[in-house]
Design a protein around this ligand. Structure first.
Ligand code: HEM
Length: 504
């Protein structure tokens, strides 16, 4: 091939992409019925308007362009929803047509997007995966039966913090909560620990999960210009192949071992833990081995960082607002007592702590845009047309700060969720659209019952009987409470706190 043929074949995809983008931007601009939004630049569209903290920039833009707005992110038409009424239109009135996902390139690694409960469209296969989750993992009966396993993990969290306290060292609350969430989840699913607080193997496992979080949260050029998908220019998919491969191999080893143990046991000796139930589904051909392995991958990726970041934010808010901490401690003393044993079934006896968790999720939703939905058809919303195949972002971060819905939206006031106050009947189960940190409609988070138990239990463990102060005698009001966008919304500055002696 001569030089010009090589040059042309290299340039062809770029020319093609340019033409495609040019034409689609023209069509985009000329369409009168699209929701309003900032003017897109040629080729890149509104990527610069979004910046590094999209939850904040899109909230600001919505103040100018309204509750439903359009942005062009490269070639992707993106519709941003920012109010209760519009969220209800999307997630309730038109739930079916918005029940697919826009799939980022990173999760197509090792064919994950073809079998994953998070990413496949709302098909019969998706329903069977959701059913398996709700009956085998998250039903009250199943969670009650696995509760003692989680209880042990809370004791280990306490021991770890105690040890740090003896050495006079501060605790990185987010990291400790992450390890606890990881071990609680792996015990709930496999009756097995995956990480200790300080061991090399634990570090390796944590690094793998962190790696997945980082890659999935990293802005990836191919998600704006899917025409370049095959090239993987930032190497995101290659790194994801490595992380996914590691986890899948690990889960496969557990399945193999369980199957081997089962084959050497009599029917009556087979335990009936969560893994056994999944093996039954596998043996009865209700799920394939590939589906089971990828489901575990989803559950670990979706459940751990979200849970631990909620605990870290709640602890940060407690230390930032000492008067709320005092109220919570009084409640804990009254209901549980010093050194009293706590059980998950008693969570409802702690209304103030329940309100703290809600208020934390209102101000710091771990998944600030839900997981992006996609429109399967052209749909009329709020008098505008949302075109087929648009990416839909529901900005729950903005909705939680809407002063038309929440009084003094920037202040941490758990009381608003208590009896006699404006939002006392509001819950996060997807019926009250002003507060949907777990989403709503058919794709609502299936893991919320476990998350709810784990977050409350960890907070009770960290708070009961002990005081916390900030490292280096920092004053509560001097704390940096800003957040940083990623796959989950994190504190910009990790919370390092010191546990002080028992109160008398
Ligand atoms: C505080 C903790 C958590 C928060 C705030 C959270 C939030 C969310 C949100 C916003 C969605 C998308 C919902 C939508 O599109 O409407 C979601 C989906 C999902 N979550 Fe969670 N989640 C949490 C914990 C968990 C846990 C503990 C698990 C499992 C161990 C889990 C598993 C999933 C799965 C599998 C999906 C995808 C469901 C589907 O697409 O059908 N989550 N979560």
């Amino acid at each position: 091939m001569d030089f010009f043929t090589v040059l042309l074949s290299l340039l062809f995809p770029f020319l093609w992409a340019f033409l495609h983008i040019f034409i689609s931007n023209k069509v985009f601009r000329s369409s009168k019925r699209l929701p309003p939004g900032p003017s897109p630049l040629p080729v890149i569209g509104n990527i610069l308007d979004v910046g590094n903290n999209p939850h904040q920039s899109l909230t600001n833009l919505s103040k100018r362009y309204g509750p439903i707005m359009t942005l062009k992110l490269g070639t992707i038409t993106t519709i941003v929803i920012s109010t209760v009424a519009m969220a209800k239109e999307v997630l309730h009135t038109n739930d079916l047509v918005f029940s697919s996902r826009t799939v980022p390139d990173s999760v197509s690694s090792l064919g994950h997007d073809r079998v994953s409960v998070v990413w496949i469209s709302a098909s019969a296969k998706w329903r069977s995966l959701r059913r398996a989750c709700s009956t085998e993992l998250f039903s009250p009966k199943r969670l009650d039966s696995t509760q003692s396993l989680r209880q042990k993990k809370m004791q280990e969290l306490l021991d770890f913090v105690e040890e740090r306290c003896k050495k006079g060292e501060a605790v990185d609350i987010g990291e400790a909560a992450f390890t606890t969430a990881l071990n609680s989840t792996s015990n709930t699913f496999f009756s097995l620990d995956l990480a200790y607080y300080s061991s090399d193997r634990a570090q390796e496992f944590k690094d793998t999960i962190w790696g997945i979080m980082e890659e999935a949260g990293r802005p990836n050029i191919v998600d704006y210009f899917p025409v370049f998908r095959g090239l993987d220019p930032q190497g995101v998919r290659a790194r994801m192949d490595y992380y996914f491969g590691k986890l899948l191999k690990f889960f496969d080893g557990i399945v193999e071992e369980k199957l081997r143990l089962r084959s050497s046991k009599a029917e009556s000796e087979i335990t009936n833990d969560v893994m056994d139930s999944f093996l039954n589904l596998l043996i009865n051909s209700q799920l394939t081995r590939e589906e089971v392995l990828h489901l575990f991958l989803d559950l670990f990726a979706a459940g751990i960082d979200t849970t631990s970041s909620t605990v870290e934010w709640a602890m940060a808010e407690f230390i930032h607002n000492p008067e709320k901490l005092v109220k919570t401690k009084q409640e804990l003393q009254h209901v549980i007592g010093k050194n009293g044993k706590f059980e998950e079934s008693r969570i409802s006896e702690l209304p103030y702590l329940n309100a703290v968790v809600k208020e934390t999720l209102r101000l710091h939703p771990p998944v600030p845009f839900l997981i992006p939905r996609k429109s399967d058809n052209d749909v009329q919303i709020g008098g505008f047309v949302v075109p087929k195949n648009s990416q839909i972002l529901v900005n729950v971060w903005a909705m939680g700060r809407d002063s038309r819905v929440w009084k003094e939206p920037y202040s941490f006031e758990p009381e608003r969720f208590l009896e006699g106050h404006d939002h006392h009947k509001v819950d996060f189960k997807g019926r009250d659209f002003e507060f949907i940190p777990f989403g709503a409609g058919r794709r609502i988070c299936p893991g919320w019952p476990l998350a709810n138990r784990s977050v409350h239990f960890m907070l009770v463990t960290l708070l009961n009987n002990f005081d916390w102060i900030l490292e280096d005698d920092l004053k509560p009001k001097e704390m940096d409470m800003s957040d940083r966008f990623g796959l989950t919304l994190k504190k910009s500055q990790p919370l390092h706190a010191v546990r002080t002696k028992l109160r008398t």
